[in-house]
Design a protein around this ligand. Structure first.
Ligand code: ATP
Length: 210
């Protein structure tokens, strides 16, 4: 099985990386692709450029064996919808099981995503708890897809939903950007040192409050 974690990654931090590492280990994934978006559909434009966010992902990945920085959304440009990304990954991997990892905040709004029903033909969803975003009641459309054992994901290439408990990481990119804008150095347990070094050297997030 292959895992994907997509995001704005403005910047990438351990709140993205550590839960993804737990998923990688617990599901015995072959690799985990980190895919920074070009333009995010559902939020304000990022402060760092797509090239900078991709570079930060490339700097973060080596700390986590099996993680790969994947530039396909940045190369494609424009608004990064997930379905075309999954179609493009499918072209590369054939019918191997594919797990799209997302936080509970993202899952709670998934029915607002472009062509969201098509996600299930292309990937499984693995939902990790994000502190401050408790999962709402299980929607009726989701119930038939939910599985409770990780092994069930390997039985088919797409279409299931697994809720996984992970060690909570109370870290947000918004807080990191705000701390940097105040002139602070984010604590070392928030983001990989090479990512902080890059932010610092390129003066990213210095003059903004969010
Ligand atoms: P912000 O903190 O500014 O809201 P973000 O980190 O939520 O930014 P993205 O980079 O787009 O924004 O997040 C990518 C994915 O990582 C999403 O699925 C999100 O739910 C998940 N995620 C982000 N932070 C955490 C966290 N602390 N714990 C679990 N999942 C997270």
């Amino acid at each position: 099985m292959i895992g994907l974690l997509g995001g704005t990654f403005d910047p990438i931090h351990y709140g993205h990386l550590r839960p993804a590492q737990e998923v990688y280990r617990d599901l015995g994934l072959e690799s985990l692709r980190l895919i920074p978006c070009a333009t995010p559909p559902h939020r304000r434009p990022p402060l760092a450029s797509a090239a900078q966010r991709l570079r930060m992902v490339e700097l973060a990945a080596p700390e986590f064996p099996g993680f790969i920085a994947d530039d396909r959304e940045v190369r494609r440009g424009g608004v990064s919808y997930t379905v075309p990304t999954l179609l493009s990954v499918r072209d590369d991997i054939g019918d191997e099981p594919l797990c799209f990892i997302l936080g509970s905040d993202a899952f709670n709004s998934i029915t607002t995503w472009h062509r969201w029903q098509q996600l299930f033909a292309l990937a499984h969803l693995v939902v990790v708890q994000r502190p401050g975003s408790p999962r709402g009641p299980l929607p009726a459309w989701a119930a038939p897809r939910v599985c409770t054992r990780a092994e069930e994901l390997a039985d088919q290439s797409a279409g299931k939903i697994l809720f996984m408990s992970v060690v909570p990481q109370d870290i947000s990119a918004t807080d990191i950007r705000a701390a940097i804008a105040r002139g602070e150095t984010p604590p070392a347990d928030r983001l990989p040192p090479p990512v902080w070094d890059y932010i610092h050297r390129h003066h990213i997030y210095r003059s903004h409050s969010s």
